[in-house]
Each structure stands twice: as structure tokens, then as C-alpha cells.
Design a protein. Structure first.
Length: 536
């Protein structure tokens, strides 16, 4: 039994090594089937079958001094090969599956590139462009050898280098070449920039021409770019040699130059408490007086002797100065101005235990609470309702059903809890029916609960009850209720836009109408608005 187990393990390990191990023998030849010596090969795993992105290379060894190379290792599902021999173009294989590395030999032919050019895309010139000042000429050169990939690994990137001669030619307005220089450089994969330096000796107009000539052995022959880049430039004359004039004893750091030059003539600075006038002479400054007003902020002159206001005049020997920043000038002294509190409060919470609360903040952050509003306010709780004795006194004064509407106003005046208000309203309506008809016709109990019909957005039938309740509302609440009479079921945002009401005032009005059960409770971010059924 143990022997069978050991044999099975050995078979499994041999199968695993067979699956993971991959090999291939390559023989390198040129187009004429001549053997080529010194191949280099990198094989990378690919992240997908398009091989747009590579993992690390896995083959070993990567170089052979003979005309063939044997690779071995663990292949990926998809693989990309880079074959390189000096003076031959890089050979990139198509994406290969791991089954390609089956140990059988393969022939790899290497070729030279027939079209080899390096384009010159831009020419940039430095400043200033004057006689005797070195001029830097920067050119941008394109790559000679390309790849199927937009970026390459460091191991194979040097395979795409190209040896190129870059030539600078400068001609004057008569098309005579006044300067030329050729630099042999190496242009890597992706291109590069190259700089020339030229110092002009004569002012005038010039043409700058940059050409490239590829001389790399990976090409069939040297090739010059057929579209060189050029640009025009004007070289100006040098500035005249300037000789300063003689400084006077009162001159400051201002003055003039001879020979038509411009600039600053340094003849020394003025003495303390002196200034330089328009003619370049040092004069003694008088004490300045500038009109000002109390509680006006001025820029700081010094920490030891700031200006101050006196009878409307800004007094100090230092001009354009005043009290330090953040202070004001009053009665010859620099003082800190008083901070004016600016309190803003949130909406009060719902009435609970006969109290509402709110949060207030001083926007000016004075640090004082001289005019802070009260955070706790008294109120009448919804659950408390109206006092029985007071309600009876009010209702006892009503002698006929015509005064039912006045009863509603009584309830509104007392701001009683809406559940009690609804009950009283129902009793008043019943009394009105008794008064008019002599009896109350009770509704029959339905045998089957009617199905709920979808709400329709239609104008509300106006009743005396509804109009009386609306008349008792505040201005914003009344505007919302009247708008709902015209089109009940309108969206909340549409109604606010129609009324042109501020968002905060509009929300407060809706909350009040909800608490009084005049409108139905809202659901969702932008609900439709409906009156409560008892009003209709």
C-alpha cells in the first residue's frame, strides 16, 4: 500500500514538472540563411492574449555566443518574444500560447530595416537674441525603431537605440551659411531632445535649419530625413556701452546715464529723514498731515510709534501709516473696536413638556452674550389640549348653529391640540344637522371595505369650514393653503417655485400645517401636498 502511494506521488510530481517546464531551441539566420552569432532572447508572460501588457521574463539563459539558443522555464498562458542580434532589427513575435514551447527546434530569421529616419518636430530658441549673447537651440527628435508596444521594459529598450547624426545649419538673409555643426547622438525608443549653442556676432535676420541622418547598422543604408525643420530669427544689436554721469553731493540712488543708456545710477542713499525729489536730490521731509476720521483703520507704521487721529488730522512724521491692523483710531488712541454680536438661531423643536428649544450662534464670534436670544421658550403641548372650563365658557356663548364657524375660531385662538379640535368640529357639524333636519342620519356600515381610489390632482371644493380655518392662519401658511385650493396634489418644489417663497419660510409653513393636521403628512423628498380628509 505504501509503495503504491509513493508511486502515485512520484507520477503526480512528474506530471506537474512536465506541465510547468517549457523548452525551445532557436537557430538564427539572416535572409540568405547564413548563420548569425550572438543572439539575445527575452520571453515575457502576457496579461492577456493581445499582449498589450507584460509580466517579467521567464526564459533562461538569455544570451548565447553561438548561432543557436536553448530556452527553458515555465511558460505563461500567453507569451511575447524579443529576439535581438547586433546590427539587425529587433524581431518581436506574435502572442504565443504556452503549447508552442514543446521542445522542438525553430528557425528565427533576422532582417535589417529598410526605412530609417528621425523626424525633427520642434525648434525652440532661448532669449535674449542679441549679438554676443549665446543662443540655445533645442530640437525634438523622433524615434527611429518602433515597437508594437507603447512602452518597453528596461531589458529590451536598448535594442531599439539608433545612431544618428544631427546637423545644425544657420544661414543669413543672403542664404549664406554662417555656422554649421554636426553631433553624433543616440536616439532611444520614444525619441529625445538635443541642444546646440551658437553665439551670433552680427545683427540681422537668420534661418535655422536642423536635419538628421540615420547611420545605424540595423538599417540597410544611411538615410537622411526628407523633411528637416527650420525657423527664422532676428538678432538685435548689442546695447551701447554706458558711462555714468558724475554724482552730485545730494544725489540718491536715482540718476541718469550718458550715451543714451537707461538704468539706475547708484550714487549713494539719502540721509535719515530725507527723501529723493523728482530731480534726484535729497531733501528733508516735513511733518505730514492727512485728513482722517475716528474709528478708521490705517496700515501699521511701526510698533513703537503709530499714527493717531487728532481733530480729524492724521498726525505723525511717518507718512502713509496709522494704527496697527485690527485697531481703530479714536481720541488720539489706537483702540480695539467693539464687536457687534450677530446671532442666528435654528428653528425651534416641537413642543414637549410645554417647552421648545433651539440653537443660536454668533456669526461675528465676539465671545460675548449681551444680546443672545433665549434658547428655551414656553409653548402649549399638543397633548395638553384646551382647558375645559375656558372652552365651555366660549361655547356657552354660542346660541345657534350659525356660530359654528366662530367656534372653530375659538379653538384656533386657544391653539388647542388638533385631536380635540377635530372632535369638537364633528360635534358641531352634527348639531348643525340636527338643527336643520331635526334628526341625524347615521351612515350605514358598509358591507365591504371599499377599495382605496388613487388620489387625483384636482381643485378642492371650498367649504365655509376650510375658508374659516385658512383665514385664521399666518401669512405664509395662508398662501400655501390658497395655492392648494387651486390645485391640490401639486409637488412641493413646484408649489414653492409658484409662490416664489424662500425655502426656509416655505418649509416652516408646511411644518405648521402638518402639526395642525390641515395637510397630510409628507413622504419622500418631493411629495405631493393634500388637505386632510376632515377638511373636505
Amino acid at each position: 500500500m505504501k509503495k503504491r502511494l509513493i508511486l502515485s506521488i512520484l507520477i503526480i510530481l512528474s506530471l506537474i514538472s512536465f506541465v510547468n517546464a517549457s523548452s525551445k531551441t532557436y537557430n538564427y539566420q539572416d535572409q540568405n540563411t547564413n548563420s548569425l552569432i550572438g543572439p539575445t532572447l527575452y520571453i515575457y508572460g502576457c496579461t492577456d492574449q493581445n499582449c498589450n501588457s507584460l509580466t517579467s521574463y521567464w526564459n533562461s539563459p538569455i544570451y548565447s555566443a553561438t548561432s543557436s539558443i536553448i530556452i527553458s522555464g515555465g511558460a505563461a498562458l500567453w507569451n511575447k518574444e524579443f529576439h535581438y542580434i547586433n546590427c539587425f532589427k529587433v524581431k518581436e513575435s506574435l502572442p504565443l500560447q504556452d503549447s508552442y514551447y514543446d521542445g522542438n527546434p525553430a528557425s528565427s530569421k533576422m532582417i535589417k530595416q529598410t526605412s530609417c529616419t528621425s523626424s525633427v518636430s520642434t525648434i525652440q530658441l532661448s532669449e535674449p537674441r542679441q549679438v554676443g549673447v549665446p543662443l540655445t537651440i533645442t530640437t525634438t527628435l523622433g524615434q527611429v525603431f518602433s515597437s508594437t508596444l507603447s512602452s518597453l521594459t528596461n531589458e529590451v529598450k536598448s535594442f531599439y537605440d539608433a545612431n544618428v547624426d544631427v546637423k545644425l545649419s544657420i544661414k543669413d538673409s543672403t542664404n549664406t551659411e554662417v555656422y554649421t555643426k554636426t553631433d553624433p547622438i543616440t536616439i532611444p525608443f520614444g525619441g529625445t531632445t538635443h541642444q546646440f549653442t551658437w553665439t551670433p556676432t552680427i545683427a540681422g535676420d537668420y534661418t535655422i535649419l536642423v536635419t538628421t541622418n540615420v547611420k545605424d547598422c540595423k538599417c540597410t543604408q544611411p538615410q537622411q530625413d526628407s523633411s528637416p525643420a527650420s525657423t527664422s530669427i532676428t538678432i538685435s544689436s548689442p546695447p551701447p556701452t554706458c558711462t555714468p554721469t558724475t554724482c552730485s553731493s545730494l544725489a540718491k540712488t536715482c540718476g541718469s546715464w550718458s550715451d543714451g543708456c537707461t538704468g539706475t545710477l547708484n550714487c549713494g542713499t539719502c540721509a535719515t529723514a530725507q527723501t529723493c525729489n523728482t530731480t534726484g536730490q535729497c531733501i528733508t521731509s516735513a511733518v505730514t498731515q492727512q485728513k482722517c476720521s475716528d474709528n478708521t483703520l490705517y496700515n501699521q507704521c511701526s510698533t513703537t510709534k503709530p499714527k493717531y487721529c487728532l481733530n480729524g488730522n492724521l498726525i505723525d512724521k511717518c507718512s502713509q501709516c496709522g494704527c496697527p491692523q485690527g485697531l481703530s483710531c479714536k481720541n488720539e488712541n489706537c483702540i480695539i473696536p467693539a464687536c457687534k454680536e450677530n446671532w442666528q438661531c435654528t428653528q425651534s423643536t416641537a413642543c414637549k413638556n410645554n417647552q421648545t428649544t433651539r440653537i443660536c450662534e454668533d456669526l461675528n464670534k465676539c465671545g460675548t452674550e449681551n444680546s443672545k436670544p433665549s434658547l428655551v421658550q414656553s409653548c402649549t403641548s399638543m397633548a395638553e389640549g384646551i382647558k375645559t372650563e375656558s372652552l365651555v365658557q366660549k361655547l356657552s356663548s354660542l346660541t345657534s348653529p350659525d356660530q359654528n364657524i366662530s367656534t372653530i375660531r375659538v379653538l384656533m385662538e386657544y391653539k388647542t391640540g388638533l385631536p380635540i379640535t377635530i372632535i369638537v368640529i364633528v360635534l358641531l357639524i352634527a348639531g348643525f344637522l340636527v338643527y336643520e333636519k331635526g334628526h341625524i342620519k347615521l351612515p350605514q356600515k358598509p358591507s365591504k371595505k371599499p377599495e382605496k381610489q388613487p388620489e387625483k390632482i384636482t381643485p378642492v371644493k371650498v367649504t365655509d369650514l376650510l375658508m374659516s380655518i385658512i383665514d385664521s392662519l399666518d401669512l405664509e401658511e395662508k398662501a400655501v393653503a390658497n395655492a392648494l385650493i387651486e390645485g391640490e396634489g401639486i409637488r412641493q418644489d413646484e408649489l414653492r417655485k409658484k409662490l416664489g417663497m424662500q425655502k426656509q419660510k416655505f418649509e416652516i409653513a408646511l411644518q405648521k400645517l402638518e402639526r395642525r393636521q390641515i395637510i397630510k403628512e409628507r413622504e419622500g423628498e418631493n411629495p405631493r401636498l393634500f388637505f386632510n380628509d376632515w377638511l373636505k
